[in-house]
Design a protein around this ligand. Structure first.
Ligand code: 8Y4
Length: 280
């Protein structure tokens, strides 16, 4: 299985890839305070790369439930310099986490390879055109509602069937907009308009979420459903359970994992892959 992006095709037939989370938001409760400004962000990116990240996901808008919207100009101002600086010193894959076409266009111009859009390219009608024109990789994530209100009352008849249906609709729409199907990757959007039981049903139902032979990406890192399952409100208690989910879902065929703690999650992938394929 391959995932096409602007400069390369990523080989996903044997080894999974870790996408390291690089928040450049001032308000992000996990990283923003500690990695404020381009220099701190770059340092954090270098560490994740040294620990084995294959993709760095640069985000300038907090998509936490209830988070305030960021003006477009400010989101560009936060993300573009970081993408440009990282591109100048690293040949790996850079994704831009945004729902806004102008922010994506600025990052792609600065050297990003992939657009990671938590709205599945539904929020901005110009987004699919930008991605088609640039030939970038695309992460199409499922979300019910919008980031401000999505956790208020998530409801599904069958969450796995609905997310699968969304992927099928997106594959058709994005292809029709001129995006190469081989550039598309799908993500069930853990925590985005989902209860704890919805998140667990999606993780249980991963084998049913393969659509069009496209790879799956999963972002569970430090999310609140982990705290709810384990009965803890301490963020530090969510790192090891994240590693457990990375291992379990890699075995189920998920090849791209968006995480904060790169090293232990890379180790989980390589260990599971040794069991699956041997070490030769
Ligand atoms: C601690 C820190 C706890 C951050 C929760 C969070 C996904 C994503 C996000 C995802 C893809 C987040 C941008 C939410 N989640 N993109 N983005 N998939 N593709 N919350 O699951 O990390 S932001």
């Amino acid at each position: 299985m391959w995932w096409k992006s602007r400069r390369t095709r990523l080989d996903l037939s044997h080894r999974g890839v870790i996408m390291g989370i690089l928040n450049v938001t001032p308000d992000s409760f996990s990283d923003g305070g500690r990695h404020g400004g381009p220099d701190g962000a770059l340092e954090h990116a270098r560490r994740m790369i040294a620990e084995g990240a294959g993709i760095i996901d640069v985000g300038g808008e907090s998509t936490r439930p209830g988070a305030a919207e960021v003006p477009e100009a400010e989101e560009i101002e936060r993300t573009r310099p970081v993408v440009a600086a990282l591109r100048a010193e690293w040949d790996g894959l850079i994704s831009i986490d945004t729902m806004k076409a102008p922010v994506a266009a600025a990052a792609l111009e600065a050297g990003a390879d992939i657009v990671n859009d938590v709205s599945g390219l539904t929020a901005d009608p110009a987004m699919a055109g930008v991605c088609a024109e640039r030939g970038c990789g695309v992460v199409a994530m499922h979300m019910q509602g919008d980031p401000r209100t999505m956790q208020l009352s998530p409801r599904y008849d069958d969450v796995v069937a609905e997310v699968r249906g969304f992927f099928e609709e997106r594959l058709a729409a994005l292809s029709a907009a001129g995006i190469d199907p081989e550039a598309i990757c799908f993500d069930p959007g853990i925590g985005f308009g989902k209860s704890v039981e919805h998140n667990l049903a999606l993780l249980r139902g991963l084998p049913e979420l393969g659509v069009g032979g496209r790879p799956l990406l999963l972002g569970v890192s430090r999310k609140s459903f982990i705290g709810k399952v384990l009965g803890s409100t301490d963020l530090a208690d969510r790192a090891w359970p994240t590693v457990a989910i990375t291992a379990r879902t890699r075995e189920a065929g998920v090849m791209i994992h968006r995480v904060h703690d790169v090293k232990p999650n890379v180790e989980a992938l390589r260990m599971v892959e040794a069991i699956l394929n041997g070490v030769g």
